[in-house]
Design a protein around this ligand. Structure first.
Ligand SMILES: [Zn+2]
Length: 258
């Protein structure tokens, strides 16, 4: 886990004064900015690192409020990681590597927050985002696809502006690969030692598998997610994939960074 300074940055998608997650899920206004937020802060309720427009009650997935350990939700899951990172790690110093990783996480978070998603997990050179929980999004497949395009653009621009030379890499392989799938997931706290929520289920696995097949600059969108965002995937390539652990071939739309 990389520790990043998300909290100090302003939210790109407006700055709500109440937690959008608590409002959407429970219609309870929890102040997260301004003077009304101060007494809440004294009780440890602050803005979440997953998205600065939600609060730490959301991170506990409303367990104490709803008295439910798990919540089933229709959601869109996005996985992204840095392609070519292993090769990069062999050729670069620790300082440059960590700079690339922090640029990646920072640009991804800005793009995901701009579309009301949350950065649920960060895993070294990769991350997992959830759309439609806890902030409700009417068209969450489209929100995730737009966030993915935004990630590709922001990361490409950032990589281009790096001071050091990436030319020695095979085939200019450095870039971001993304997988997106929409389906039902279980949301809750599934670990006895971590106190924040995540999503699990077949839909999460499929999104992760799609990401593992995405080349640098590609966004692989499952048929289920694509069906809910026809305009965004119009005229894109359909690819037939054999995915690890999934018996039948899976069809995905391939969006390529322009
Ligand atoms: Zn909240």
């Amino acid at each position: 886990m990389t520790s990043l300074s998300y909290q100090t940055k302003p939210a790109p998608h407006g700055t709500a004064n109440i937690c959008l997650g608590c409002w959407d899920q429970m219609h309870i206004p929890i102040p997260i900015r301004g003077p009304l937020a101060l007494p809440f802060r004294a009780f440890g309720i602050t803005r979440s690192k997953m998205n600065p427009n939600i609060c730490t009650i959301c991170e506990r997935s409303f367990r104490y409020v709803k008295k439910q350990r798990h919540i089933a939700a229709d959601a869109t899951i996005l996985f992204a990681d840095i392609r070519g990172f292993t090769v990069l790690a062999e050729r670069m110093g620790v300082v440059e590597l960590s700079e690339i990783v922090s640029i990646f996480h920072d640009r991804c978070a800005q793009a995901i927050w701009a579309h009301d998603g949350i950065v649920n997990k960060q895993m070294g050179d990769g991350l997992m985002a959830i759309f439609n929980f806890p902030i409700k999004i009417r068209d969450h497949s489209s929100a995730a696809i737009m966030a993915a395009r935004d990630i590709q653009q922001r990361c490409a621009a950032a990589l281009d502006s790096l001071e050091f030379d990436l030319d020695g890499l095979p085939g200019g392989a450095l870039g971001v690969g993304i997988g997106i799938h929409t389906g039902e997931v279980e949301i809750g706290e599934f670990s006895s030692f971590r106190s924040d929520f995540t999503a699990i289920g077949g839909a999460v696995n499929l999104a992760a598998r799609l990401e593992s097949q995405a080349a640098a600059g590609e966004i692989l969108v499952s048929a289920e997610a694509a069906a809910k965002a026809p305009v965004l995937v119009a005229d894109t390539e359909v690819r037939r994939l054999s995915l690890k652990g999934i018996e039948q071939p899976v069809m995905a739309q391939v969006l390529i960074k322009m």
